[in-house]
Write a protein that binds this ligand. Structure first.
Ligand code: UD1
Length: 358
């Protein structure tokens, strides 16, 4: 039997690593396909090295483009691969365009699809990721769920309960496995950061693509910089706009290139608070116990609010929340969500193996 994994964008890699390792331990034949959606060294290759992922068997080299152009190019290339390799199962991760492309192609070829991180919902259809989540789940045969709310969403959408598996969070497997190697010291030294600093990330289309919204974000982040030094690893999306906005002229806002996994999480672990619009970082800060202020009107990861350290904030109330954290009144380190225990990859592998032809 053959299991084929499709990855492509940065957030896929820490989710795929524990699943691939656990299947390897069970002696399952696997292929790893990289669509090439992310191709900069510090968006992709660094993660493969640090996470101990095997080299992709195939990199489709699709790269950037409009949603339609990018997704279509991935689909065409993946169809050829799936027809050649005839996998018994295609495993897809998260909510990026690579995830959707692979799920569509596999399902039309009659190949079973397993979706890792199924059932998350922001209910915000302006997010490309929400479209990817809903469609991918609809096409999936095996839905692997990280949190209980996702089970509720999928049940409400009429998914056959036999397809649902609450397995926990494989991205947290990676975090727990590598935690003692997290190291932000190079960045701290290079930027001469004081011991108290914040980490910020901003890349979501809803925040950086529209100039008016971006200007509000920039003003709010500068106000954070008036209170605490801010390190901002800058995603390629929005890099030019952010640089042109004058944000980096603030003496306490320190822009860096995108960081590798170990450096980024080292910085986060040592920080006083995080300001972000990322999905995964809401989960990572919850486990690390670092207060997280999420600059979004909604989250597909509510367990990070009910159990963890996350708060949804706006550009208007961001500084109030920062002041509260600095005064010691921020979101406390609550509970780690159920099954975010380092063993999700093992559970996923058991389910995958049980579904493979003898
Ligand atoms: C994608 C995901 C998003 C995820 C993010 C994490 C979709 C729809 N979105 O968004 O959910 O949070 O990845 O990073 O799949 N670029 C580079 N180098 C790269 C990759 C991208 O310069 O290696 C630039 C290009 O200008 C590109 C832009 O970033 O056009 C956007 O890249 P793309 O992969 O289309 O989406 P992301 O914004 O990265």
């Amino acid at each position: 039997a053959l299991v084929l994994h499709v990855t492509g964008a940065r957030p896929n890699f820490p989710k795929a690593a524990p699943v691939i390792a656990a299947l390897e331990r069970r002696g399952v034949r696997q292929l790893l396909v990289h669509t090439g959606q992310h191709y900069d060294r510090n968006m992709s290759e660094v993660f493969f090295q640090e996470l101990g992922l095997p080299e992709p068997d195939l990199n489709l080299g699709i790269g950037s483009g409009s949603h339609a152009a990018q997704t279509a190019a991935m689909m065409t290339a993946l169809e050829t691969v799936f027809l050649e390799e005839r996998p018994d199962l295609v495993v897809v991760y998260g909510d990026v365009n690579s995830t959707l492309a692979a799920a569509l192609v596999a399902s039309k070829l009659g190949i079973r699809v397993a979706h890792v991180e199924a059932g998350l919902r922001s209910f915000d259809w302006t997010m490309p990721e929400e479209v990817n989540r809903v469609v991918t789940d609809r096409l999936s045969d095996v839905l692997l769920v990280t949190s209980a709310d996702a089970l509720v969403h999928l049940a409400r959408e009429g998914v056959d309960p036999d397809r649902l598996h609450f397995v926990g969070n494989p991205m947290i497997d990676t975090l727990l496995r590598l935690r003692d190697r997290f190291d932000g010291s190079r960045v701290v030294a290079e930027l001469s950061l004081p011991t108290t600093y914040a980490v910020a990330t901003l890349h979501r289309p809803g925040n950086v693509d529209d100039p008016t919204t971006l200007a509000r974000m920039v003003t709010a982040l500068r106000e954070v910089g008036d209170r605490i030094d801010v390190v901002l690893p800058v995603h390629p999306r929005g890099r030019q706009q952010l640089a042109a906005s004058g944000l980096f002229d603030h003496p306490r806002v320190h822009a860096t290139d995108p960081l590798g996994y170990l450096e980024f999480l080292g910085l986060v672990e040592g920080s006083t608070l995080v300001v972000t619009d990322s999905g995964g970082i809401q989960e990572e800060t919850t486990v690390l116990g670092v207060p997280c202020l999420t600059l979004r009107p909604n989250t597909e990861r509510p367990v990070t609010i009910t159990h963890g350290t996350n708060r949804l904030v706006t550009t208007e109330d961001l500084t109030q929340h920062v002041d509260a954290v600095l005064a010691g009144g921020g979101p406390a380190h609550g509970l780690v969500p159920p099954l975010w225990d380092g063993a999700a990859g093992e559970r996923i592998a058991d389910i995958v193996v049980a579904g493979l032809p003898g």
